[in-house]
Ligand binder design. Structure first.
Ligand code: PLP
Length: 357
């Protein structure tokens, strides 16, 4: 890839967009610079009425809410279901009965690796004419009713931040779309609004996925299901180890596959619970995703603040994932399990063989 001299929007990006779209089950893929940009550009491509509301959850990464604001729209923060911690369809229905203004779209966030209740949210969105954008930053490879998340909405937005289930070796993101017109708008928006080279049709920005990240992601995509299966088995181990501790363990939605981006437990006694958790998972972290909750959401959500502890499944799986990419990259020569970086030395020799996928 480095030898090709084409580092931005080349063969690797096109190949990845196609392969990732096919893997998720969506027709068009558009690689962008981050998950936040995927949401901003997705919202802009939908041409929603300026200043209308976009409903989403208070309990999410701040990026979901920031993207709505950056797109010139207003976030309407709704509560989550206590067990799955994803958008409560009843909260959405209530908001739609008494809207604070025009609600034009909804962003369910498939948080921690499992599906929001799309079975209830999709019909509500259809009935009220809302566009549906799935925030898939934490759920690569998860499914609901046998269909992969990211294939349900008008658009779905992914982050490939390095710690995600499918993570690059830097920033990256993608938007998936079924509608070709929407896909064309997104392709223009990510590069200065160009509909043909140097011809800007509408205001756009520079938000491109680079070739190196796409090449890494193509290799790692082939390993995603195996890596998610490993996460699930670690989650099972945590379930067994924590079952009599009084902690509220993660619920699994029926007919859905949870890919455990995070294993998050709830406890009112976070400090007291720490030793038992740390024994099982030395890399435990607490999570700071509640920035908006205390300010905006209802009493239920507020009562949950400070009761979350996220356990670092990612840290347990990171080393094997680095080894996989390094071992499969062109010119790889180090024994599997030890490399720390891509073997760039291969460049001085003849052209590298194609990536094994
Ligand atoms: C739910 C959610 N949405 C959006 C994002 C934004 O992704 P990025 O960090 O790639 O901009 C993240 C990343 O943390 C996330 O977890």
């Amino acid at each position: 890839m480095l030898e090709s001299g084409r580092y931005i929007l080349g063969e690797e990006v096109a190949g990845f967009e196609h392969e990732f779209g096919a893997y998720i089950g969506q027709r068009h893929g558009i690689g962008v610079a981050s998950g936040t940009d995927a949401l901003v550009l997705g919202l802009k491509a939908l041409d929603l009425p300026p200043d209308s509301y976009v409903a989403t959850v208070s309990h999410t990464a701040v990026a979901t809410v920031a993207a709505i604001e950056l797109a010139g729209l207003k976030p309407l923060l709704l509560d989550i279901e206590r067990d799955t911690m994803t958008l409560d369809p009843k909260a959405l229905a209530r908001a739609l009965e008494k809207p604070p203004g025009k609600i034009s779209a909804v962003i369910p966030v498939h948080l921690y690796g499992q599906a929001a209740d799309l079975g209830a949210i999709l019909p509500l969105a259809a009935k009220h004419g809302l566009k549906l954008i799935e925030d898939c930053a934490q759920c690569h490879g998860a499914s609901l009713g046998g269909k992969r998340l990211g294939s349900f909405g008008d658009l779905s937005c992914f982050s490939f931040y390095p710690t995600k289930n499918l993570g690059a070796f830097g920033d990256g993101g993608a938007v998936l779309a079924g509608d070709p017109g929407l896909a064309a708008r997104l392709t223009a928006l990510r590069e200065y609004g160009w509909h043909a080279r140097y011809v800007s049709e509408r205001p756009g920005m520079n938000s491109r996925l680079d070739e190196l990240q796409a090449a890494v992601l193509r290799v790692k995509l082939a390993d995603l299901d195996a890596s998610n299966a490993r996460r699930a088995s670690i989650a099972d181990r945590y379930d067994r180890g924590l079952k009599d501790t009084g902690l509220v363990l993660p619920a699994r939605r029926k007919a859905a596959t949870h890919v455990f981006h995070q294993y998050v437990v709830r406890t009112a006694k976070r400090t007291a619970s720490r030793p038992v958790i740390v024994k099982l998972s030395p890399n435990v972290t607490s999570i700071a995703q509640m920035a908006y909750v205390a300010q905006e959401a209802g009493a239920d959500a507020i009562s949950l603040v400070n009761t979350f502890v996220a356990m670092a499944i990612d840290a347990e799986t990171r080393r094997p994932r680095i080894a996989t990419v390094a071992a499969r990259a062109p010119g790889a020569s180090r024994p599997q399990g030890t490399p720390r970086r891509l073997p760039l030395a291969g460049l001085e020799r003849s052209a590298p063989p194609p990536l094994a996928r």
